[in-house]
Design a protein around this ligand. Structure first.
Ligand code: UDP
Length: 409
């Protein structure tokens, strides 16, 4: 059974106020030759995580431009997502010994999905490693296939990458979130920044009253500083490290820590990590561990807006959309200098980059004692996101790629 996808619709013209009517005109002009062309996006989860977040906005906007675009989610059971989660961690450079059985499971689910997913669109965009082997369904010379990789491949586990590379090399192109993530491949590679939608429920302006109600519901005190990390409960997001950094800050400031996370359907580790986080938090009433539903954009928005500081202490990261979400809300962000985070955080200009628990604590203490600098970082961060990481720019980039792929046809 195919999953139902939650997509929210906002007319394209509503973005004119933020980015100017000229940009919208440019999008319409670029889209014109593509009208009616069929495009298929495929990933591995409908909600939870950055990829679903982006597709949820990109697809309806492309539809508004009269592109014949569809988004489908591949299906898989627990054994598949156990394997793909291990592959994900391994590709991010974590130690892992892949067994032949892992590869068999991966291939079997891809084969099954080849029979159920519509793969005959003129352009097929495959997101991330999970569905990468769907390329086997391609008839020679029939349509265009591109692979969009959202993870940091700069130090991948060799066995897993060598396995995946055989599939990736058969695409017409690969898109990466940072130049450092690219690999030596026989196909063209493109830089594609992830992006946030400034008008979605996740990022739109909110009434102060709603923000206060949200704090009240989760018993968070609006009068004391709130340090927040919003992330799936995943070891690579280092929630335990966040608690340790908070404990250091707590010696100097009477602050609270909010660790809020939902789960992604393709992430089987969440409940184990959540237990580790609860154990580390102990009985501290100022640590709020919030298990959010997978789709709770207004709550996430309110928590980000209520935060004094937003943290993203990842050990590895593809891009870290949560960083752009917080910067858009003019929040001072303290985040690890990993993956795509330094693209968003220019140290001491749009936020503060760190490399350790102690460093994270130090920078949070600094911001709590220098609120005027914290406010400046937030202002600059907002401008940086506006210039570089909005969904409309991303749409433009896709249109240019689609035009290039279909030219002369
Ligand atoms: N997110 C959410 N609820 C949660 C945790 C995360 O809506 O409980 C969202 C978050 O706001 C962001 C996305 O999921 O839009 C996570 O993307 P990111 O690139 O930060 O990390 P990923 O989960 O893809 O590794």
């Amino acid at each position: 059974m195919r999953e139902t996808l939650v997509v929210s619709r906002i007319p394209l013209d509503h973005y004119a106020e933020l980015i100017g009517a000229g940009e919208i005109e440019e999008l319409r002009a670029l889209a014109k030759p593509l009208q009616g062309r069929s495009i298929e996006m495929i990933n591995s989860t409908a909600v939870g995580g950055g990829v679903a977040e982006i597709l949820n906005r990109l697809v309806p906007l492309a539809e508004e431009l009269d592109l014949n675009i569809k988004w489908d989610v591949m299906s898989g059971a627990e054994d598949f997502f156990d394997v793909t989660k291990s592959f994900h961690n391994a590709l991010h450079g974590e130690p892992y010994h892949a067994s032949p059985r892992d590869f068999e499971i991966f291939l079997a689910y891809n084969e099954h999905n080849r029979t159920t997913l519509p793969l005959d669109a003129e352009i097929v965009v495959i997101h991330d490693p999970q569905p990468a082997a769907l390329i086997d369904a391609r008839q020679p010379g029939s349509n265009h296939w591109v692979w969009r990789c959202h993870i940091d491949l700069s130090h991948p586990n060799r066995a897993v990458w060598e396995f995946l590379e055989k599939f990736v090399s058969r695409y017409d192109g690969a898109m990466f979130s940072s130049p450092e993530f690219s690999r030596q491949l026989p196909i063209p590679q493109y830089l594609f920044y992830p992006a946030i939608d400034p008008l979605s429920e996740k990022n739109c302006p909110l009434d102060q009253e709603f923000i206060e109600q949200t704090l009240h519901r989760y018993q968070i005190d609006a009068q004391r500083p709130i340090l927040t990390q919003i992330s799936r409960f995943d070891r690579l997001k280092d929630p335990v490290g966040v608690i340790r950094a908070y404990r250091i800050v707590k010696r100097y400031f009477d602050c609270q820590l909010v660790l809020a996370g939902g789960s992604a359907a393709d992430d089987p580790e969440g409940s184990i990590v959540l237990k580790e986080v609860r154990r580390e938090a102990g009985h501290d009433p100022d640590i709020k561990i919030l298990e959010l539903p997978a789709w709770a954009p207004l709550e996430v928005n309110a928590l980000q807006r209520a935060s004094t500081i937003v943290i993203q202490k990842s050990l590895r990261e593809g891009f870290g959309l949560t960083v752009s979400e917080a910067l858009w809300k003019k929040k001072p962000v303290v985040a690890s200098a990993v993956g795509g985070i330094p693209t968003q955080i220019i140290h001491k200009h749009t936020g503060l980059l760190t490399h350790s628990v102690e460093g994270t604590a130090y920078q949070m203490r600094f911001l709590l004692s220098h609120p005027e600098i914290a406010a400046k970082l937030g202002e600059h961060g907002h401008e940086h996101v506006k210039e570089n990481f909005l969904i409309t720019q991303k749409l433009k980039r896709y249109l240019a790629l689609f035009l290039m792929l279909t030219r002369g046809q």
